[in-house]
Design a protein around this ligand. Structure first.
Ligand code: DER
Length: 231
């Protein structure tokens, strides 16, 4: 599909940032999957990289294409992380977590010299928030955590204020850490930094999908082959 073509074009271009001997963080999602597969081809052609996946499923894909996978503790610090996003704005603030891996994605991105986001044109927004903001929370006391989130949203600069527990089949979705995901349908987010800080103060909230001051480069692919680089 044109969307897949755009994603694979962005994913391939982002791999140009991977130099021999680098330690690379591997993102999660369909765009990142194109990148992992392409990186596997580059390694088959002789590129030497060590990889840290941001989810169990990315780790399985990475191993299946012959990439050397290590833990973040073994890698200690990464030269580059390449990951997708659900939305990015002009300041390179992101919404991530559509794939449920936001916690490990944010830890890996924060442990990287640079973060490259790969995207199709639909991810670009003027203002964040049309995509529901994922919040990772522990299962214990989830109703209290939801109430505390609702209280913060009551005075936040947002359009809507609905909070939904993410389900998978007929059970609550469980992250790689066994936590829950709450999806916040906000419509628009006036101040991403402020909301991100407020959410993470709530006992029970582990992390949220607002990535501020983490993304250094955005690579947008287009179905016709055009690439936009922003840094
Ligand atoms: O869950 C995530 O953060 C993914 O990176 C997501 O934001 C992008 O997924 P996609 O590449 O399948 O659109």
């Amino acid at each position: 599909t044109p969307g897949d073509l755009a994603k694979s074009i962005a994913a391939r271009r982002a791999c140009d940032y991977v130099e021999d001997g680098m330690k690379v963080g591997l993102g999660t999602g369909s765009t990142a999957a194109f990148m992992v597969r392409h990186l596997g081809q580059l390694v088959a052609d002789g590129l030497r990289v060590t990889c840290v996946p941001t989810s169990a499923r990315t780790g399985a894909l990475a191993r299946s294409v012959g990439l050397q996978v290590v833990t973040l503790d073994e890698a200690r610090w990464l030269d580059l992380t390449i990951d997708g996003a659900d939305e990015f704005d002009r300041d390179f603030n992101l919404i991530k977590g559509g794939g449920g891996a936001l916690l490990h994605e944010k830890i890996v991105a924060a442990a990287s010299e640079r973060m490259v986001v790969i995207a199709d044109p639909s991810k670009r927004v003027e203002t964040l928030g049309a995509f529901p903001l994922p919040v990772e929370a522990v299962a214990f006391g989830l109703q209290s955590t939801r109430a505390a989130i609702a209280e913060i949203l009551a005075s936040a600069d947002v359009l809507n204020r609905s909070v939904t527990l993410r389900m998978e089949d007929d059970a609550p979705y469980a992250t790689d850490e066994g936590n829950r995901i709450l999806d916040l349908d906000l419509g628009r987010i006036g101040d991403a930094r402020r909301l991100s800080i407020q959410l993470n103060q709530i006992p029970g909230v582990v992390e949220n999908g607002l990535f501020c001051d983490l993304c250094d480069i955005v690579v947008v692919g287009h179905p016709d082959g055009r690439i936009e680089l922003r840094d």
